[in-house]
Write a protein that binds this ligand. Structure first.
Ligand code: DGT
Ligand code: CA
Ligand code: CA
Ligand code: ZN
Length: 576
């Protein structure tokens, strides 16, 4: 039974959630949560490690018990401990936890006092005003619950790009090995690099479709076959994600790839261009009457309608066709352009690795510089750094800089922006650093005007380099806070500071629209991982995808600069 890391991680999270509602020992719960994160970020499949007989206990936070569960999951696809736990609760209870603001304590009350066991019941109870009087709730909470349920309904069942990738890569590897299979490509929103995807659209070139289709529906992760045809089949995988597969001829491959990459709006615009030239553009090719003109490659398809190749990330009918016609398509930034990462944590606050480990891992990835930006004191629970601890870290960084060749470590902080826009450390302390990242980690629900004012004030402090994860959104989970981001971007341009594009696949915060806005305002965007451990350093690729969707070029991105170019840019934001 094949089980991916995302599946194993989901099992551990669910166990933690259920233990939490049950009121179990917090250490036990945290062990499961940590394990879920470790597994999610591992970078290689646990099932391969199990198969190779590797010792799972060398992984951070994985002891005997968790190692056993992983082996069980890999070998049987199930986890008896979870099955047992689940039997004690109604099946919808963990859905309640997915509502922002509803922690295990509140879910326990909802379940215990009102017998609420599902989102539908929760919504009904909130509408009838039955929630506000529960202990620890209130009218505001009731409103927030209703709003959150609405958001969930609007986004429907979508998958994070990073999760979809796990399933897509395993499936394409399987398809590529089939006899007779030629090219295998994932098209759709996945290829356009959207931050979430609704389903996967896979194209395979082959002489004979039948054998490919038979093998596809027989793939061992398939839970349900929705369609099994000659040119098109569709299945649902055990993870719940739907996959549409089409077998196409080489002659039509480019046309099909173009069609199924979308977006739909982009396709319609291209088809319209074709019509003006008396051409028909569809998934089989470009035709004049019955005559086939092009379709082997996407480049050919675009050329037939008089356009240069348009990168998939731009295909949203957001001005890319006009830009292409006028020869002003952006020359999009690439992963290899990035020279460093300016936001990461160490075990001095809530990171998993030491300063040295992070520096060496970054060097291994070819970076020329990193900034260490642990949390400020307000986040006490996770060991935020005060002036004294920062000074000690500065000494350690100086020593490491002397020792290591080829990578420079910059001294920074991720300082909390307090409710009134003050920063969580005195100016005199901030002044000792190379850069200051400001973040909102509290009071998410201030009214828009106040929230905006708060950020503007923070930016105006004498030491302020960039605003991190600017909208605070968590994909499929938490809406952005109310914030006048266009105003903040204009202000950043005047102030001369930068905006982060947080590359974590759960955030991808800045979105494409605001990336374009920053570019137009002349505000440099910094693509940062915000890594809390070594594997997360590899999230830069998601940040690049998002930056490309936002039309960013190499010159628009702060951390494409050389260290020599970067230093004065940072110094200026620090008032030097
Ligand atoms: P998703 O799956 O919701 O994240 O988004 P997409 O873009 O992958 O959409 P999907 O899976 O429904 O369809 C894949 C592509 O197929 C889509 O991007 C464009 C193309 N397509 C689908 N339906 C139509 C249509 O009615 N007209 C045109 N021109 N193209 C379509
Ligand atoms: Ca799709
Ligand atoms: Ca589809
Ligand atoms: Zn951070």
């Amino acid at each position: 039974m094949p089980t991916h890391n995302a599946d194993i991680s989901a099992v551990f999270t669910e166990i933690a959630d259920l233990l939490d509602i049950q009121g179990e020992n917090p250490f036990r719960i945290r062990a499961y949560r940590n394990a879920a994160r470790t597994v999610q970020d591992l970078g290689r499949e646990l099932r391969d490690m199990v198969e190779a007989g590797e010792d799972l206990k060398k992984l951070q936070g994985i002891g005997d018990d968790l190692a056993e569960k992983i082996v069980e999951l890999v070998q049987t696809g199930a986890c008896t401990a979870l099955t047992k736990l689940r039997s004690r609760f109604p099946p919808g209870v963990t859905d309640l936890l997915r509502i922002p603001g509803l922690g295990p304590k509140r879910v326990k009350v909802l379940y215990g006092d009102l017998k609420i066991e599902s989102l539908a019941q929760l919504e009904a109870a909130a509408r009838e005003g039955n929630i506000r009087d529960l202990p620890g709730f209130g009218e505001k909470t009731e409103q927030n619950i209703l709003q959150a349920i609405q958001v969930k309904a609007d986004t429907g069942r979508r998958f994070l790009l990073a999760h979809a990738r796990t399933y897509a890569e395993a499936l394409t590897a399987y398809l590529e090995k089939l006899p007779g299979a030629g090219r295998v490509t994932v098209a759709g929103s996945y290829r356009r690099g959207r931050e979430t995807v609704g389903d996967l659209d896979i194209l395979v070139t082959a002489e004979s479709a039948g054998t490919i289709m038979d093998a596809f529906v027989a793939y061992d992760e398939v839970a349900q076959v929705l369609a099994h045809g000659d040119t098109k089949s569709a299945v649902v995988l055990r993870s719940g994600i739907q996959v549409d597969l089409r077998v196409v001829e080489e002659k039509s491959y480019g046309a099909a790839l173009h069609y199924f990459t979308g977006s739909k709006a982009h396709n319609i615009a291209v088809r319209r261009l074709g019509q003006q030239l008396d051409l028909k553009v569809n998934e089989y090719g470009v035709f004049r009457g019955e005559e086939y003109l092009a379709g082997r490659t996407e480049k050919d398809v675009y050329a037939a309608v008089g356009l240069p190749f348009i990168p998939p990330e731009l295909r949203e009918d957001a001005g890319e066709i006009e830009a292409a016609r006028e020869g002003r398509l952006p020359n999009l930034v690439e992963l290899k352009h990035l020279r460093g990462d300016l936001h990461m944590h160490t075990d001095a606050s809530d990171g998993k690795n030491t300063l040295r480990e992070m520096a060496l891992a970054a060097k291994e990835r070819g970076y020329k510089y990193i900034a260490i930006t642990d949390h400020s004191p307000r986040l006490k629970m996770i060991g935020g750094l005060d002036g004294r601890k920062l000074a000690r870290q500065a000494d350690a960084i100086r020593e490491l800089n002397n020792e290591l060749e080829g990578i420079a470590i910059l001294r920074g902080i991720e300082v909390d922006i307090l409710e009134d826009g003050a920063l969580d450390l005195p100016d005199a302390v901030l002044a000792t650093l190379d850069l200051v990242i400001g973040s909102i980690h509290s009071h998410f629900r201030l009214p828009g005007a106040k929230q905006t004012e708060r950020v503007l004030r923070a930016m105006d402090r004498p030491h302020f380099t960039m605003l991190a994860h600017p909208t605070g959104r968590l994909l499929l989970d938490r809406e952005p806070y109310e914030l006048d981001l266009p105003r903040i971007i204009r202000h950043a341009a005047e102030r001369g500071c930068f905006i982060e594009l947080n590359a974590h696949p759960l955030r991808l915060d800045l979105d494409d629209t605001f990336c374009r806005m920053a570019k137009e305002a002349g505000v440099l965007v910094s693509i940062n991982t915000d890594a809390h451990g070594i594997p997360e350093l590899d999230h830069l690729r998601y940040g690049i995808g998002q930056a490309r969707r936002g039309w960013l070029e190499k010159k628009d991105v702060l951390n494409t600069r050389t260290l020599k170019q970067l230093r004065p840019l940072l110094a200026k934001t620090m008032g030097r």
